[in-house]
Design a binder for this molecule. Structure first.
Ligand SMILES: [Zn+2]
Length: 426
């Protein structure tokens, strides 16, 4: 199979030959093939932070629909978060998720293991058994909840060193966010919603950077949302500490004033998310940090919820947004069309580095001869209105409905096999 006239990372048009799932030739090749005219080729995207909801909440998403959603977004691998029911805190459950991925996945599914039993923050889960399981877990997270006990966090960081693992922290000091509903600031005050202060995130990140340095381990900070968090991570990196960080597409584009003034009306729970949408100054800091490498990767925090959990009054609504099918378009809007990143930079932050942080083999490799043919073909020249009814995800809780965003994933190849062609599931 040959992909014709495609611009690898936005470079000059070339042809890519794929045989037996591997890239075997790149250049001006003869013969017929898939027309890549006008398209950019990126290495298949890798998400470090996806909620697939299976087992337990198959009404929101399944491994099948979640990975279909991922494929439509250009992803060839996702890390499946552990806050399922039951929680992925044993070798048995992570192997179950891994097997579901092998059987029903439209991309590779790499399970994340819980840090503590039942995400309860009281007792370390079987980290070693999950690492040794068929799923070979390397990323551990209680995401959705913070490992707020400093002693447990220290022990987890020490423990994962034995198998080159990483602890991915959902940084939220629970004592500072009791009942919190949205970013603490002018708008929360005006709307009368309990505020979620930036310091609740920043205090945990600072503590965890210090702990990771103290025990010589690897920390990954989930969904960084404030300018202060960026400063702390920049400081930790300047010390040479082993700290990486992610930002979500929605925190790169959306701000807390939408809760008050969105065209969809005020108090619309579509904008309710954890961590909350912050201010324009935070968005600017996050964009700058992603551009200069202080924040390493974009991760979606794809968080599907059924209509009944989302279309309710603000206080009762679930927190979270779907994100896999819009991530690349949002990154183009926030980072590429603003001149902050080129396509090579996007490939680093959405494929190469996330695979490296997750120690995921077979993904996140440059498009070159000998690499697995995990490739995303993307058309950056179109602009379309986001239509949630077209999503492959089982859930529709997107904040971008009706917005016009740039770009479209035209095709996704997983080891040479198309999972998406002409924008549709293959
Ligand atoms: Zn989280």
């Amino acid at each position: 199979m040959i992909i014709k006239n495609v611009r690898i990372l936005g470079g000059e048009p070339q042809d890519i030959r794929i045989e037996d799932g591997v890239i075997t030739e790149i250049g001006q090749l003869g013969g017929e093939g898939i027309d890549g005219q006008g398209l950019i080729a990126l290495p298949g995207l890798v998400d470090l932070h996806t909620h697939l909801r299976e087992p337990g909440r198959e009404d929101a998403e399944t491994v099948q629909t979640g990975t279909q959603s991922a494929a439509r977004g250009g992803y060839t691998a996702v890390h499946a978060m552990a806050n399922t029911m039951p929680v992925a805190d044993t070798a048995g459950v992570v192997e179950q998720v891994w097997r579901l991925g092998r059987e029903f996945g439209h991309c590779d599914v790499q399970p994340v293991g819980a840090v503590t039993v039942g995400l309860e923050g009281k007792q370390l889960a079987e980290l070693g058994a999950m690492a040794d399981s068929a799923a070979q877990v390397r990323v551990f997270s209680d995401d959705g909840r913070c490992v707020d006990d400093a002693v447990l966090m220290r022990r987890a960081l020490e423990y994962v060193k034995a198998f080159d693992g990483v602890v991915a922290q959902h940084a939220q000091e629970p004592r500072l966010t009791g009942g919190a509903q949205m970013n603490e600031g002018v708008i929360s005050g005006r709307l009368g919603l309990a505020g979620w202060p930036a310091v609740a995130e920043e205090a945990i990140i600072a503590r965890d950077c210090l702990l990771a340095a103290h025990v010589g381990s690897r920390l990954h900070v989930c969904h960084v949302s404030t300018a202060g968090s960026v400063e702390i991570i920049r400081w930790a990196k300047s010390k040479g500490w082993n700290v990486t960080a992610e930002v979500t597409p929605h925190h790169l584009l959306l701000t807390d004033d939408l809760v008050e003034t969105s065209p969809n009306g005020s108090y619309n729970p579509i904008y309710k998310v954890n961590p909350p949408l912050r201010t324009a100054a935070d968005v600017e800091a996050l964009r700058g940090a992603l551009a200069d490498g202080t924040i390493d990767v974009v991760a979606t925090d794809h968080a599907p919820h059924p209509v009944e959990d989302k279309e309710t009054e603000w206080a009762a609504a679930a927190m979270g947004m779907v994100g896999l099918e819009t991530a690349l378009s949002v990154v183009q809007e926030a980072m590429v069309d603003t001149g902050l990143l080129d396509w090579a930079g996007v490939a680093e932050r959405m494929s190469i580095t996330p695979a490296r942080i997750g120690r995921l083999t077979g993904h996140g490799q440059a498009i070159e001869v000998g690499a697995p043919a995990n490739i995303t073909l993307y058309d950056p020249s179109v602009r379309t209105e986001v239509d949630p009814s077209a999503f492959a995800s089982k859930s529709r809780n997107t904040p971008y409905e009706g917005m016009t965003l740039p770009g479209r994933v035209v095709a996704t190849f997983l080891r040479g096999k198309p999972t998406v062609l002409e924008g549709k599931l293959a």
